[in-house]
Design a protein around this ligand. Structure first.
Ligand code: NAD
Length: 425
């Protein structure tokens, strides 16, 4: 089985926060933002670092570190996922929070941006330990979160069950149920139809839209997907349903290539039973570097930040990249890919399906009135298409990349809201 070679030392030192600020600077330059607003939006408004004990199954206590960052609150309550990963850093969480601000603004959703994370490998915890860690972390960040202040959601290694524990922890402390405190919950406790698939569904919607603009037939388009979790596996399944041919996928257990298009449901079943896509019958093990540079038309990075950098961007063969992950392509790689003529649909557009249906979930919880999946998917599709089209139009009009086109729209909206509110006091 090929070992995943992600995050080699040189890539690991790439700082997501500096990358996020560099992406923002390009948009701020283009928009000619006034210095005061420009400086304000360049920083994260609130950063909370928590250190907390968790009782382990053997009776011992272990300390964990976690974060919750709110980048900007000008357009509404903060919104953003919670990540459990051994590599979580404050810099990463700050970057993810800033990206959430732009993503909500680009989609026209009335939220600011936030993100949270705990430095932990949840696969090494029992269910009981995971629950106690989640409840204690939720209690620690409860000074910031709440249905009208900051609403968490799932991200890497966090699940609907984790969201249910957070919702229950907040509800227990308030003495009544607060379903709108988190999104991405199980349906049984106020979750929304379609939320689990929403990020992947949004990726599939923009995949079709990009093909239309590029004059391509999805049925003639081959695809590689890095990361086979919530975002990646569902994007793969729905893109396959639209006719795309999925030839390579990967997860932390390894990457696989198939000369024949994969049947995604079969790969999902293999992962469910073995824990990884690796070893799926009829496929060849490849390295992560080979997956990213696979001879395909469409590449969907759906794992972590900084996977395509100045070091490997030159090797990319795909001519269309859909950023299902947040921040998978560094600013250096952006330049190299642009020179190669690659079309890149940026994270703040491509993976906005998750936060869009999270918004629907929050609205439904506040109203205690739940919608049918068909309505949710139609509304999602409408928002994804509209934000893609607006970014495409801006990039054409300004003669810039789709990322910069999307950023100009998003940053402009946040700057306008900030200016309209004025600087307190
Ligand atoms: P997940 O935990 O469900 O899945 C992550 C997947 O990536 C897993 O298959 C894991 O094995 C794989 N992965 C992790 N490290 C890897 C590595 N080193 N090499 C290869 N594969 C690796 O997480 P997710 O929710 O699907 O999130 C994935 C990305 O999508 C993240 O960047 C996240 O911020 C972004 N995203 C998620 C959502 C959402 O609603 N879940 C919304 C927007 C963006």
């Amino acid at each position: 089985m090929a070992q995943s070679t992600l995050a080699t030392p040189a890539e690991a030192v790439e700082d997501p926060w500096l990358n996020a600020q560099r992406q923002y600077d390009l948009a701020a330059d283009l928009l000619g933002l006034k210095p005061g607003v420009r400086a304000f939006l360049r920083e994260a408004q609130r950063q909370l670092i928590v250190a907390f004990p968790v009782k382990m199954d053997d009776g011992s206590f272990r300390m964990f570190e976690g974060y919750r960052v709110q980048h900007n609150l000008a357009r509404g309550p903060a919104k953003g996922g919670i990540r459990y990963h051994p590599g979580v850093t404050l810099s990463e969480v700050k970057a993810l929070a800033m990206w959430m601000t732009w993503k909500c603004a680009a989609a026209g959703i009335p939220f600011g941006g936030a993100k949270g994370g705990v430095v932990v490998d949840p696969k090494k915890l029992s269910m009981g330990e995971l629950e106690r860690l989640t409840r204690r972390y939720a209690a620690e960040i409860s000074v910031l979160i709440g249905p009208d202040r900051d609403i968490p959601a799932p991200d890497v290694n966090t699940t609907p069950q984790v969201m249910a524990w957070i919702m229950d922890t907040m509800s227990m402390s308030a003495g009544h149920s607060i379903p709108a405190a988190v999104t991405g919950k199980p349906i049984a406790v106020g979750g929304s139809q379609g939320r689990n698939e929403a990020t992947g569904r949004g990726v599939a919607v923009v995949a079709l839209r990009a093909c239309t603009h590029l004059g391509r037939d999805p049925r003639q388009s081959t695809v590689a997907v890095q990361g086979f979790g919530n975002a990646g596996s569902i994007a793969a399944r729905l893109m396959e349903a639209d006719g795309f041919r999925i030839h390579a996928v990967s997860d932390t257990g390894g990457a696989i290539w198939s000369d024949k298009p994969l049947t995604v449901l079969e790969v999902l079943e293999h992962k469910r039973t073995t824990g990884s896509v690796a070893g799926f019958p009829g496929t060849r093990a490849i390295s992560n570097a080979e997956l990213l540079a696979a001879p395909v038309d469409v590449l969907v990075p759906a794992a972590l930040e900084n996977q395509i950098t100045g070091r490997n961007a030159g090797a990319i063969q795909a001519s269309l990249i859909l950023e299902a992950a947040n921040g998978p392509v560094s600013p250096e790689a952006d330049e190299i890919l642009a020179q190669k003529g690659v079309t890149l649909v940026p994270d703040i557009i491509a993976n906005a399906g998750g936060v869009t249906v999270s918004y629907f979930e929050w609205v439904q919880d506040l109203q205690s009135f739940f919608w049918e999946e068909k309505e949710i998917n139609e509304r999602l599709e409408h928002i994804m298409n509209a934000s893609f089209e607006a970014s495409w139009e801006a990039s054409q009009r300004l003669g810039v990349s789709l990322r910069l086109g999307a950023y100009t729209i998003a940053v402009q909206r946040v700057a306008e809201a900030t200016s309209a509110r004025g600087i307190y006091p």
